[in-house]
Each structure stands twice: as structure tokens, then as C-alpha cells.
Design a binder for this molecule. Structure first.
Ligand code: OSB
Ligand code: MG
Length: 371
């Protein structure tokens, strides 16, 4: 594939409902989109870095110059045969995985279009439908949370995950379990606790949770192993897992029993597939995490979720939970049984609405090889 040009855009999209985690509340998102023009097709990728460096050190103001100065030139100067070859091309740059993933995934998308293949098949997926869960942020009151859960269950979602932090945890879980004793329920702490709070965390065991996601520090694996020994509830790691070696260490050390795979956090589809393989070799289930993506990233998450190790419902849900108007057509819809159907169309199976993107764009820059 000879890449003709790479375009980076920043779009601004207000959320339908605010989203609050232990590190703060967001009402809208600035999203970096990248597209690669190659041999008459346009592949799209989404950078999942946030507006702020709160979930991870990366944010949109690190991703933009990293792509501009290092990743785009590296890609423009070489000829890659497939999306899979991008990771090696970008390896000289340390970290910046979300920036790398945006570009690599755009190349995979272009490759799927050029080969007239569904992206999910190109990635090695085999499931024709994926099972969906939702991630529900911290609300203004427990009553508001219960209303939200009721709405999502009525919509068919098969797993509810709620965000927790000290002061918004056991009391809320009591209320949720009092109303729904049997639903598949998990919690995500986004690193809100420390090992000193082990006794408190052990109380989560009373609620029959599918998992507790990332209870401790974002940069720790070993101390999660200490904690996992003391909990009945399975730990799932999110922030701590940056690549397949992390996944292998975490599973070998029994720091977790489940891994949340976010394609942006691990640096692209190639590494996400490797993390999936590592988890398979340990017989540990994985599921696809979300980063409040627009339709472009969402479509990529759907494709990734078709790999056979994605045995638990992911945080992959309908466009309308986030956006009044998404930037793809059709928008992502979840059926009343909580599943999304995969199509056999080439690429993602969703059309990118460039006119809508144009209206949302606040900056744009195109990179080409200088002759
Ligand atoms: O920890 O999974 C997380 C959103 C932003 C940053 C981190 C996380 C999340 C979510 C949202 O939980 C999942 C989604 O609905 O996209
Ligand atoms: Mg998480």
C-alpha cells in the first residue's frame, strides 16, 4: 500500500449525558480522527486519547504532534503491505499508543476496503454477532443511577458496569442488588483505591460481581496480585495493560483473571490481537472496553469483539447512548436481545459521514511526502 496522504482532524461532539468516573466528569469530547488515502480508498481511525491526561498520560495535545512529527512521516516514507506492519514502523516511538493505534487502525480499515473484505474477518474474527454491556458513570444520586440501569436493562443490555469510588460504592451496590439480585453486574474503580483499603474492597465480595475493574494504581500489576489473593471477586485490569507482555505478566502473576482490551490503550489492532492470544493461552476471558468513541472507533471495537476470546459482554453500546447524531451511517444499533449483528460488507460495514464531520471539525491538517 502506498499511502498518498494522511489527514488529521479534531472534531468536537457534545455527549447526550455527562459521563463521570473516579477521575472526573465530562460533558463533551474532542476527538482526533485520522484518515489515510491509499489507492483510491479512504481508511479511517479514531484516537481515543481524552481531552485531558487523566485516564492515561496521552491526551489529544500529545497525540497530534506525535502523529505529525513521527508517525505520519514514518508511514508516508515506507510501503506497508498490511495494517499489521505498522506496529514495527512505529516501534521507535516509545509509548503514545493511542496515537499509534489511530493511524494503524486507519491502515487496517483501508486494507479491508482494498481487499473487499469485512474488517472483522481480516482481524481474524469468527463471531457473527457480539454481546453488549454498558458502562454507567457516577450519577448525581443513587436514584438517578437506578433509573439509568432500569433503562439499559429494558434496552436489552446483557451486563451492567457501574463506576465506583470511595463514597460511591458499597451503598450504591446495596441498592442495585436489592432491586436486581441476579443481573450480570461489575464495577470499575479507575484506580480509585489503594492496598490500604483491602478490607473495604473485600466487602465487594458480598455482591456477586462479575469483576472489579482496575481497583488499584494505573501503573501497577504486582500489587493487584497481592489484592487478588484476598478477594473472591475477579479482578479485571484495564489501565495497567499496555501490551501483550503486560498481559502475560498479569495473568502469570494472577494479578487478574480477566482483561479489558482497548485497542487504543495497547497501540492498535496488531497488539490487541496479541493481547487476545496471550489471554487465550491462559484461558482467561477478555472483553472490549470503550472510550466514549464516535462511530468510527465504535465500529472498530465491534470488529475486534468478534475474536473468539471476547467471551464477556463489552462496553460496546449503541451510538444513541452518546451522540445525538453519530458520524457514521447507519449508526450503531443494539438489538433488543443486547447484541450487535456483523455485516459481510467490506471494511467496517458503516459509512463515514464526511459532511457531518466537516461541520464538527475545529482543526485539520494533511500530510504528504515532500518531493
Ligand atoms: O475505564 O473503561 C473505562 C470511559 C473513559 C475512560 C475510561 C473508561 C471509560 C468507560 C466508558 O468506562 C465505556 C464506554 O461506554 O465507552
Ligand atoms: Mg475501565
Amino acid at each position: 500500500m502506498k499511502i498518498d496522504s494522511i489527514t488529521l482532524r479534531e472534531i468536537h461532539m457534545p455527549l447526550v449525558h455527562f459521563f463521570e468516573t473516579s477521575f472526573g466528569r465530562v460533558h463533551s469530547r474532542s476527538i482526533l480522527l485520522v484518515n489515510v488515502d491509499v489507492q483510491g480508498v479512504r481508511g479511517w481511525g479514531e484516537c481515543v486519547a481524552g481531552d485531558d491526561p487523566f485516564y492515561s498520560p496521552e491526551w489529544i495535545e500529545t497525540a497530534w504532534p506525535t502523529i505529525k512529527k513521527y508517525l505520519a512521516p514514518a508511514l508516508l516514507q515506507s510501503e506497508v503491505a498490511s495494517g499489521r506492519e505498522c506496529a514495527a514502523l512505529f516501534a521507535r516511538v516509545r509509548g503514545h499508543r493511542m496515537a499509534k493505534a489511530a493511524l494503524e487502525n486507519a491502515v487496517w480499515d483501508a486494507e479491508a476496503q482494498l481487499k473487499q473484505q469485512p474488517l472483522w474477518r481480516l482481524l481474524g474474527g469468527s463471531c457473527r454477532e457480539i454481546v453488549c454491556g454498558v458502562s454507567i458513570g457516577i450519577q448525581d444520586s443513587p436514584e438517578q443511577l437506578l433509573d439509568k440501569i432500569a433503562g439499559e436493562l429494558a434496552a436489552g443490555y446483557r451486563r451492567i458496569k457501574i463506576k465506583v469510588k470511595p463514597g460511591w460504592d458499597l451503598g450504591v451496590l446495596e441498592k442495585v442488588r436489592a432491586r436486581w439480585a441476579d443481573i450480570l453486574l461489575s464495577v470499575d474503580a479507575n484506580s480509585a483505591y489503594t492496598l490500604d483499603e483491602t478490607e473495604h474492597l473485600r466487602k465487594f465480595d458480598a455482591f456477586n460481581l462479575l469483576m472489579i475493574e482496575q481497583p488499584l494504581w494505573n501503573d501497577e500489576i504486582y500489587l493487584h496480585a497481592r489484592l487478588q489473593k484476598l478477594l473472591r471477586t475477579s479482578i479485571c485490569l484495564d489501565e495497567s495493560i499496555h501490551h501483550a507482555r503486560d498481559a502475560n505478566f498479569a495473568l502469570e502473576a494472577e494479578a487478574c483473571r480477566i482483561i479489558n482490551i482497548k485497542v487504543g490503550r495497547v497501540g492498535g489492532f496488531t497488539e490487541a490481537i496479541s493481547v487476545h492470544e496471550v489471554a487465550q493461552s491462559h484461558n482467561a476471558p477478555v472483553w472490549c472496553g470503550g472510550m466514549l468513541e464516535s462511530g468510527i472507533g465504535r465500529a472498530h471495537n465491534i470488529a475486534l469483539s468478534t475474536l473468539e476470546g471476547f467471551r464477556l459482554p463489552g462496553d460496546v453500546s449503541a451510538s444513541k447512548r452518546y451522540w445525538k447524531q453519530d458520524i457514521i451511517e447507519p449508526e450503531v444499533e443494539v438489538r433488543s436481545d443486547g447484541t450487535i449483528a456483523l455485516s459481510d460488507a467490506p471494511g467496517t460495514g458503516y459509512r463515514v459521514l464526511e459532511d457531518v464531520i466537516d461541520k464538527l471539525t475545529v482543526r485539520e491538517e494533511t500530510f504528504r511526502l515532500k518531493h
